[in-house]
Design a protein around this ligand. Structure first.
Ligand SMILES: [Zn+2]
Length: 281
């Protein structure tokens, strides 16, 4: 059986790295979307485009290593985290930061064109309070990333402040403005507003907690599942553990809370639709 975690980080310095991937596999997981962390996490300064580019290359190496040294099939998602932009804008000024981040996002797009990565992410806007100026610029960069993804016909994974129906409606306007295909915009860490997301042309990736999954399933199966595992030994329990997506999926199947067809939709058909990846190969 195929089980896919749509948002998983690895950190070879602060985390368990391959051991976390193996835990995922032992619990029944088979496929992973490994999301770029930050340049800083990977040992680069994160003060110019070149730093982000090096960090993305480093990220590709980590994904390669997972594919070589574990039974799990991993895919790379690369971008510039919104917090990296905020940090840079506060340190070096808005225009400078915008320019560097745009260049880095263009590199992420290049990696998607070359199929070394399957999506641009996580990009978006900070989940904490920032100045009006930085907020506006973050939205501009989010739109820029979405338009790059549209050009490359790849998906984009969005990181945002916490979301509700009103926020989905706003995001829907941006999706339509950019003109990117509706199932190519993935809202990472999405609340289980499955119907609303569909109406607005956004693909939700929901946290694999019991409550969230239960609520999502009541509205259908048009969603992906994720842990947002951060792989940081100093913050155990800050997010769901690496085994959660397979564990939860198998438990729900066993308890009759999810049927085989729905599991197939979430773990095989939806990733195929969003990323164009065939996990049955
Ligand atoms: Zn994340």
């Amino acid at each position: 059986m195929i089980i896919f975690d749509n948002h998983f980080h690895v950190d070879p310095f602060k985390g368990l790295f391959l051991e976390a991937v193996k835990q995922f596999h032992r619990a029944g997981g088979t496929h992973l979307n490994v999301i770029y962390k930050t340049a800083h996490d990977y040992g680069f300064a994160g003060v110019k485009a070149e730093d982000f580019i090096k960090a993305m290359d480093f990220h590709l190496e980590l994904v390669k290593k997972i594919n070589k040294e574990s039974p799990v099939k991993a895919f790379a998602v690369v971008g510039v985290h919104p917090a990296e932009f905020v940090y840079l804008a506060e340190k070096k000024g808005l225009e400078y930061a915008k320019n560097e981040v745009m260049k880095a996002l263009e590199y992420a797009q290049k990696l998607c064109f070359e199929r070394k990565a399957i999506a641009i992410g996580e990009i978006g806007r900070p989940h904490y309070e920032v100045s009006e100026e930085i907020w506006e610029a973050s939205i501009e960069l989010m739109k820029y990333g979405m338009s790059l993804a549209k050009e490359a016909d790849c998906a984009v994974q969005l990181h945002t402040e916490s979301f509700n129906e009103k926020k989905f409606r706003e995001l829907g306007q941006i999706v339509r403005e950019v003109g990117i295909r509706p199932y190519k915009v993935v809202k990472h860490y999405s609340p289980p507003l499955i119907k609303v997301a569909e109406e607005e042309g956004v693909f939700p990736s929901i946290l694999a907690s019991k409550k969230t999954l239960m609520e999502a399933l009541m509205q259908g199966s048009r969603f992906l599942m994720e842990t947002d595992y951060i792989d940081d030994r100093r913050r155990p329990g800050a997010v769901l553990g690496p085994k959660t997506v397979p564990k939860r999926t198998l438990a729900f199947l066993q308890q009759g809370l999810m049927n085989e067809d729905t599991a197939y939709k979430i773990h095989v058909e939806n990733p195929k639709k969003v990323y164009g990846i065939d996990l049955e190969e």
